[in-house]
Design a binder for this molecule. Structure first.
Ligand SMILES: CC(=O)c1nc(NC(=O)[C@H]2CNCCN2)sc1-c1cc(O)cc(O)c1
Length: 130
């Protein structure tokens, strides 16, 4: 009903701020856009569910997140994709794995610091009853 729509509207505004702040951080530059198939031809043979911050911003606008937990699930996906595509001990893979873990930890920290737990519970209630 209308109160639920107001709650989800507030959630989308909050998630856009978090997503924009992550995308502004140069450390996360390689996670801001979909991996380019021309640049990285084998990527989609290895990674079956690509995800990136620009795609997440689009998902917010398409009302595809009903709580912060759903948003963090896609952050986890960006991270696990990077860990799977960069498993080796060479320095380049290690740097990308470190950035992926930093993205995940930073996103969780922003949500925990700026999101009221009662508000997230209200969003979960809306999601679970739909
Ligand atoms: C996001 C990601 O997971 C990613 N991983 C890479 N790994 C490598 O290049 C490793 C793979 N192992 C052997 C040594 N090279 S490049 C890359 C990437 C970088 C960009 O600037 C844009 C982009 O879309 C993707």
């Amino acid at each position: 009903e209308e109160e639920e729509e107001a709650t989800l509207r507030e959630l989308r505004i909050f998630l856009r701020e978090i997503c924009a702040k992550l995308a502004r951080n140069r450390t996360f530059y390689i996670f801001t856009k979909p991996v380019d198939e021309e640049e990285v031809p084998d990527y989609r043979e290895i990674i079956k569910e690509p995800m990136d911050l620009e795609s997440m911003m689009t998902k917010i606008d398409k009302h595809e997140y009903e709580c912060a937990q759903d948003f963090l699930h896609d952050i986890d996906l960006i991270c696990t994709n990077a860990l799977e595509y960069n498993p080796d001990r060479n320095p380049e893979d290690k740097v990308i794995r470190h950035r992926a873990c930093t993205l995940r930890d930073t996103a969780y920290a922003y949500i925990k610091a700026e999101m009221d737990t009662d508000f997230e519970e209200k969003c979960r209630g809306i999601r679970d009853n739909r």
